[in-house]
Design a protein around this ligand. Structure first.
Ligand SMILES: [Zn+2]
Length: 311
């Protein structure tokens, strides 16, 4: 079965408190429908529904200190407890010790070796590659794992050709900030349909959404609420591509939404949190059951993706 992994940076399962938690404040009808009226908050997990499963999984993985992005994302693409191996959480970008874990044995390199089609669906702008080439910018863990597997990162040509998606889903950032006024624009629902359609061309694809962690660090409630409401509309578009005419889940795609650590769910702090993160799994019931079997922490995601794709 194909897997689409939607990675949301810095989203934990927090309290049902709209004063500090944008996920308790945002209008997210699609998530509510998937979870029988529940929101993406702590009290909602575990949940086993007709179309979706929600678990709370542990990003601390037995290591003291706040979970960080380089190690958290490293765990998600390797299944290795990198913080336990090193004795610390680390981020945002990988240091040489973390990077060593991403040289081989990631989901991307293993799927390539197994003859499976895999990709990172984000399109990156020219300034990103300029930063990498000049040494001013380091890859974060996920694109590092992708490039180490010998796979290309998508560029603006791919965005224009419809082979990749904008990191903000809609393309607004490309048209305003990145200097591509004629970049293709999509509303969030269309972006969701596009995301699912692209995912069906690959055995394993990943989409990385980093704006959520950024909004958490900036403690911007209105921005965070807006991001989550856009994400909910994206999810609606994804779902439309996943159900048949009778509203039953097709068996060709499993969607996994998870994170590397908490942050945005508690805007009373600009730091990451110790909260568990959501593992929201959408799709065929039997596939979800297999995917979430014995799932407890971040190290369980990569093996679950592997066995779902390999069958
Ligand atoms: Zn962060």
């Amino acid at each position: 079965m194909r897997v689409l992994f939607i990675f949301l940076d810095g989203i934990g399962l927090g309290e049902n408190d709209p004063e500090i938690n944008p996920l308790a404040r945002a209008k997210m009808p699609q998530v509510n429908e998937l979870l029988d009226g529940r929101s993406l908050i702590k009290n909602s997990a575990p949940f086993y529904g007709e179309q979706a499963t929600l678990l709370a999984i542990d990003p601390k993985v037995g290591v003291t200190g706040l979970p960080q992005s380089a190690t958290g994302q490293g765990i998600l693409v390797t299944g290795i407890n990198i913080p336990a191996e090193l004795g610390y959480h680390y981020g945002p970008k990988p240091n040489p010790e973390v990077a060593a874990f991403l040289e081989e044995g990631t989901l991307f390199s293993r799927f390539v070796k197994a003859g499976k089609k895999t990709t990172l669906l984000n399109a990156y702008p020219p300034r990103y590659f300029d930063g990498i080439d000049s040494g001013k910018r380091l890859y974060s863990s996920i694109p590092l794992a992708v490039t180490n597997a010998g796979l290309p990162l998508f560029r603006h040509e791919d965005l224009f050709a419809g082979r990749a998606l904008s990191a903000d889903f809609t393309g607004a950032g490309w048209r305003t900030i990145l200097g591509f006024p004629d970049a293709p624009g999509m509303d969030p629902h269309q972006a969701g349909r596009k995301l699912a359609a692209l995912a069906k061309e690959y055995d394993f694809s990943l989409f990385e959404y980093w704006a959520s962690d950024y909004a958490g660090h900036k403690q911007q409630m209105e921005t965070a609420v807006g991001l989550m409401e856009i994400f909910d509309e994206v999810l609606g578009g994804v779902l439309e591509e996943m159900v048949d005419e009778r509203g039953k889940m097709k068996e060709d795609l499993l969607v996994v939404v998870t994170s590397d650590h908490g942050n945005m769910e508690d805007l009373s702090t600009r730091k990451h949190t110790n909260a568990n993160v959501p593992a929201l799994v959408i799709g065929d019931k039997a596939a979800r059951k297999n995917f979430t079997h014995n799932m407890k922490d971040l190290t369980d995601i990569a093996p679950a993706i592997w066995r779902t794709v390999m069958g």
